[in-house]
Ligand binder design. Structure first.
Ligand code: ZN
Ligand code: ZN
Length: 160
């Protein structure tokens, strides 16, 4: 379930800068991501705003396993926020560990993944990820959507 945002809205990847200063130039192919973390953030953001072509084009063809834009567009996920926990970058490979929070059927969960990336002809590409499990924050912890509010006063309300 993609959302509509304008270029001057805050970027959904949680960078606290506007979409046009953050992930939009990658989605519109004006720029290519300069690091695994930039690519990962822009891919999360592409899920949120429905830039499904970008998700295909930044997914290494050897690892796509037949994934199509139509399959991606069927997703009913409502994304809440991204937490980047760790990044590693070498010459031509990199890794990013992140939690991508979402709500589905009033249940908050995250894709908690260690993703791998390779640099191919100047373009970072996602290859594959190792998934882990996590749990929703405690009620008094900061909300995962970067609102600055406590979880109980913010996204936890969506589960009632
Ligand atoms: Zn962004
Ligand atoms: Zn929230």
């Amino acid at each position: 379930m993609a959302i509509n945002i304008t270029a001057t809205d805050l970027c959904p990847c949680g960078s606290q800068t506007s979409y046009q200063q953050c992930c939009l130039p990658f989605h519109s192919a004006e720029k290519v991501a300069q690091s695994p973390q930039q690519l990962m953030r822009s891919r999360y953001c592409a899920f949120v705003v429905g830039q499904f072509d970008y998700l295909i084009s930044t997914h290494h063809p050897d690892y796509r396993q037949g994934l199509t834009v139509d399959q991606l567009a069927q997703s009913n996920t409502h994304w809440l926020g991204l937490q980047v926990l760790a990044t590693k970058q070498l010459d031509r490979i990199g890794e990013v560990t992140f939690k991508a929070w979402y709500i589905e059927d009033k249940h908050i969960d995250a894709i908690y993944e260690n993703s791998s990336f390779v640099l191919c002809e100047g373009q970072w590409l996602y290859t594959e990820g190792k998934q882990m499990t996590t749990r929703a924050p405690e009620r008094n912890e900061p909300c995962i959507c970067h609102s600055g509010r406590k979880f109980k006063q913010c996204c936890a309300k969506l589960t009632h």
